[in-house]
Ligand binder design. Structure first.
Ligand code: ASP
Length: 346
């Protein structure tokens, strides 16, 4: 190597953010395919995504299959089995994004089993990106999605009944009653319960990111939203740039936790932009968490947010605000492995 080239490389290395230089010089090999999902229930999501990736399929198809699998699991945290809002209705949010920046989102969707597939349908068959409420439901039904009965799962009913006792909240039966005759229900109840009685954290969101054999990245995010939220409340999960962001030049990120805090900083867009500037997925997630903490570090101890990310080299990473966030990765050997994310607060 010539002296000039050595000097150039040294200067270039100094100019790059920490960690980036190592990867630029050490990583010519791309680790693909690979899929990463939030939480240990990511084993279910990755289990559905992996066969698609293994046979050389599209990352988009893989992440949709991940979403469908987790929405099917009535014992899990998302989909129609999830926790209802404070009036007892399960309302679902989801989004999906592909390697060409195509994206689709649905929010405040009731009685439809697979919001992730409705989001994809919207993305692929209309000029729009985001549908909410009755309009989203109407679109789903028109496109062949079945209108489910809308009953609470056994687990959700139990936790809702418990919540009602503690919150002393009186569910509003219907809008007419609320607007014309009835008294508005008192109080908001404890919104966004965050920490559960046993000390663990409540979470209701599954996000999956995949890099396929072709080197393309896609992602999805699906949720029943924060348990016992105000009726009509929508969190970060269906918002492109908050709950999910994909840029096929760089990678992708998704989030779980208190959506309001992720929306405030455009969380997943931030993670992807940090990766663009040369940070590893874990470093980028950490930086985004630091951005959430900055305005009010004391308040930041009262809620949880976790990010996961993937880059074009197939490197994955995660970081959370508080301890207790984990994620699942499936690569090469096809076996899902669960890792604990590092956290800002010990
Ligand atoms: N991010 C979701 C929301 O804010 C909730 C969660 O992940 O627990 O709706």
């Amino acid at each position: 190597m010539s002296a000039n080239r050595r000097t150039f490389l040294r200067l270039a290395t100094l100019a790059l953010p920490f960690g980036a230089a190592n990867r630029l010089f050490a990583k010519n090999v791309v680790n693909k395919p690979v899929v990463i999902s939030t939480w240990d229930s990511g084993q279910i999501a990755n289990g559905a995504a992996w066969p698609v990736l293994q046979r050389g399929g599209r990352a988009l198809d893989a992440v949709e299959q991940a979403g469908i699998a987790i929405e099917n699991d009535i014992n899990c945290c998302v989909g129609l089995g999830g926790n209802p809002d404070r009036d007892g209705y399960v309302t679902l949010d989801a989004c999906i994004m592909d390697e060409k920046a195509n994206c689709g989102s649905v929010a405040f969707l009731e009685r439809i089993k697979h919001p992730v597939s409705v989001a994809r349908k919207l993305m692929e068959t209309t000029p729009h990106v985001f549908l909410a409420g009755v309009g989203a439901q109407q679109f789903a039904v028109e496109n062949g999605f079945k209108l489910e009965p809308g009953e609470l799962s056994e687990g959700a009913k139990k936790s809702y009944d418990n919540w009602l006792k503690k919150a002393e909240y009186k569910p509003v039966i219907n809008i007419e009653l609320q607007q014309n005759k009835g008294k508005a229900a008192k109080g908001h109840g404890p919104f966004a319960p965050g920490r559960l009685e046993d000390g663990s954290f409540n979470h209701d969101t599954m996000g999956t990111l995949a890099l396929d054999a072709n080197g393309d990245v896609s992602g999805m995010c699906t949720t029943s939203g924060m348990g016992f939220k105000m009726r009509g409340r929508v969190g970060d999960s269906p918002i492109i740039g908050a709950g999910l962001f994909v840029d096929n030049e760089v990678g992708a990120a998704t989030s779980s936790g208190q959506g309001e805090e992720v929306i405030r900083v455009c969380g997943t867009h931030l993670v992807v932009e940090f990766m663009r500037s040369g940070l590893s997925p874990e470093e980028a997630c950490k930086k985004a968490i630091e951005r959430i903490v900055k305005p009010d570090p004391a308040r930041a101890k009262t809620f949880q947010v976790g990010f996961i990310a993937i880059n074009k080299q197939g490197e994955v990473g995660a970081y959370s605000l508080l301890k207790g966030f984990n994620y699942t990765v499936t690569e090469k050997d096809g076996k899902p492995k669960v890792y604990n994310a590092k956290s800002y607060f010990a």
